[in-house]
Design a protein around this ligand. Structure first.
Ligand code: C2E
Ligand code: SIN
Ligand code: SIN
Ligand code: FE
Length: 396
C-alpha cells in the first residue's frame, strides 16, 4: 500500500493520477457491498489523511440513510440510520445534492452530535459530499472528518472527495444490484424449499434452518473456506425438494411405511435430481448433488445409486449427517424426538457405515453449538413454532 500522507497537497499530479487509477481498480473488482464500502472508506481515509471517512447510502424503501461504521481495532460495525427528512448535514447533503463543509462541526447547529455519541468519536472539521450516479441521482453521502494536521477542509480536499465519490458510484451501484440479486435468489430458494416440506412438517422453517446451520458449521470444521461453506449453507434447504412429487398418502402416512411405499418415498431423491438438473448457478448445482445423493451411505448401502465413500459428492455427505441428526432430534409422524445426546451417539456409531468418518469427526467438534439449536425441542410433541418468514429469510 503506497503512502498517501497528505495526498491532496504533497503529491505530484502524476502520483495523484496513479493513486486514482489504483483506487478505481481496487474498487471495481469488489462485488460484495459491505466489503466494497470498507475498502472505499479505508482508501479515502488514507488519501485525504483524515481521522474518519463514513459512507452513507440511501435506503429508498425506508427513506433513510444508513452506514456501518467500523469501531476500534476490531471488526465490529455499528449501524447508523438517519431519516432522510431530518435536519442534520448528512440528510441535507442527500436531499439537496450539495457539499457541506464545516470547519468546526460542534459550532454548527446542523451538525448532529448523536452519531459521535454512538461511536465515541469527536468530530472537529468535517465535509460531506453527495454520492451521485451517472443520471445525477443521489445514492448517498461521503463524509470525511478531522484532517490529521488539524486544518479545515479546503477546495482541494473537496475536489478530491467529489472525484472519489464519482469514481466509486458505479461500483457501489453494481454491488447494490448484486446484493439485491443474491437476496432475491436466496429468498426464492428458501421459499421453494419451504413449499417442498410444508406438507409433512409443521416445523419446516426451523428444520431447514437447523440443517443449514449444521451443514455450515461442519463445512467450516472440515476446513472449507467461508464462501464454500456459505454455498453449502444456502443450497442445503433444497435437499428434499423432490418431496414435492410425492403423494400425501405416502408423505403424510402416520407410522412405519410398508416396504413398497418406502420404495416410492425413496424416489424423492430422483425427483430432486431431475428438478435441479442442469442448473447454471453454483448454489443450485450444489443443491442438485445434495438432493440426488443425500440418502447415499458411506458403505454403499444407501439410495438411489448405492454409491460409496468418495463417489458420493462431499456436499451430499455433509448434508446427510445434518439431515439425519435433525430428523432424529425432532418429532415425525413416524417417530418420537430423540435426545440430542442419543442422536449424537447414533451419528458417531454410524461413522464408516452410513457416514463419512471425517464428517462425523467434524460434527463432533461442532456438536456443542449444534446442541444449542435444539434446546427448546420437546420430546414427544410436534413442533408448532412457525417463525415469521421475515425472520427466517434474514438468516441468509
Ligand atoms: P426424514 O424424516 O427427514 O428422515 C431423514 C433421514 O433421517 C432418514 O432417511 C433416516 O436416515 C434418518 N432417520 C429419521 N428417523 C430415524 C429413526 O427413527 N431411526 C433411524 N435410524 N434413522 C432415522 P430415510 O430412512 O431414507 O427416510 C427418508 C424419508 O422417508 C424420511 O425423511 C421420511 O420423510 C420418510 N420416511 C422414512 N421412513 C418412514 C416411515 O416409517 N414412515 C413415514 N411416514 N415416513 C418415513
Ligand atoms: C426410517 O427413517 O427409515 C425409519 C426409522 C426407523 O427405522 O425407525
Ligand atoms: C434407516 O433407514 O432406518 C436407517 C437410518 C440411517 O442410518 O440412515
Ligand atoms: Fe431426504
Amino acid at each position: 500500500m503506497p503512502d498517501f500522507t497528505h495526498a491532496s497537497d504533497k503529491l505530484t499530479a502524476e502520483e495523484k493520477l496513479r493513486l486514482l487509477v489504483e483506487f478505481g481498480t481496487r474498487i471495481s473488482s469488489e462485488l460484495h457491498l459491505d466489503k466494497l464500502l470498507d475498502i472505499i472508506a479505508q482508501q479515502i481515509t488514507q488519501m485525504l489523511d483524515v481521522g474518519r471517512c463514513t459512507i452513507y447510502l440511501k435506503d429508498e424503501e425506508k427513506q433513510e440513510l444508513w452506514s456501518k461504521i467500523a469501531q476500534g481495532k476490531g471488526l465490529e460495525h455499528t449501524e447508523i440510520r438517519i431519516p432522510l427528512e431530518s435536519e442534520g448535514i448528512i440528510a441535507l447533503v442527500a436531499r439537496e445534492g450539495k457539499t457541506i463543509n464545516l470547519p468546526n462541526a460542534y459550532e454548527d447547529p446542523r451538525f448532529p452530535v448523536d452519531v459521535d455519541m454512538v461511536t465515541a468519536f469527536r468530530t472537529h472539521a468535517t465535509i460531506a459530499v453527495p454520492l451521485k450516479n451517472n443520471s445525477d441521482e443521489v445514492l448517498g453521502v461521503f463524509q470525511a472528518s478531522n484532517k490529521s494536521d488539524g486544518t479545515p477542509f479546503d477546495k482541494n480536499d473537496e475536489g478530491l472527495l467529489r472525484l472519489l465519490a464519482t469514481l466509486a458510484s458505479g461500483s457501489i451501484e453494481i454491488a447494490q444490484l448484486y446484493q439485491e440479486i443474491r437476496v432475491a435468489q436466496l429468498e426464492t430458494i428458501y421459499r421453494l424449499a419451504v413449499t417442498a416440506e410444508y406438507r409433512d412438517q409443521q416445523d419446516t422453517r426451523q428444520h431447514l434452518k437447523n440443517i443449514s446451520i449444521i451443514a455450515y458449521l461442519v463445512a467450516l470444521a472440515l476446513g472449507m473456506s467461508k464462501s464454500e461453506a456459505e454455498l453449502i449453507k444456502n443450497a442445503s434447504p433444497l435437499h428434499d425438494i423432490g418431496k414435492v412429487a410425492l403423494a400425501d398418502n405416502i408423505l403424510l402416512k402416520p407410522g412405519k411405511l410398508p416396504p413398497e411405499e418406502f420404495e416410492i418415498m425413496k424416489s424423492h431423491t430422483i425427483y430432486g435430481g431431475k428438478i435441479l438438473e442442469g442448473a447454471h448457478s453454483k448454489v443450485l448445482q450444489v443443491a442438485h448433488k445434495m438432493s440426488l445423493y443425500h440418502h447415499e451411505k458411506w458403505n454403499g448401502a444407501g439410495y438411489p445409486k448405492g454409491l460409496k465413500e468418495e463417489e458420493i459428492p462431499l456436499e451430499a455427505r455433509i448434508v446427510t449427517v445434518a439431515d439425519v441428526f435433525d430428523a432424529l432430534c425432532v418429532f415425525r409422524v413416524y417417530k418420537k424426538a430423540w435426545k440430542t445426546e442419543e442422536a449424537l451417539a447414533y451419528i458417531v456409531d454410524e461413522a464408516g457405515k452410513s457416514f463419512d468418518p471425517r464428517i462425523v469427526a467434524a460434527f463432533k467438534k461442532v456438536y456443542p453449538s449444534v446442541k444449542r439449536l435444539y434446546a427448546h425441542v420437546s420430546v414427544n410433541q410436534p413442533q408448532n413454532q412457525t417463525l415469521p418468514v421475515a425472520e427466517t429469510t434474514k438468516f441468509f
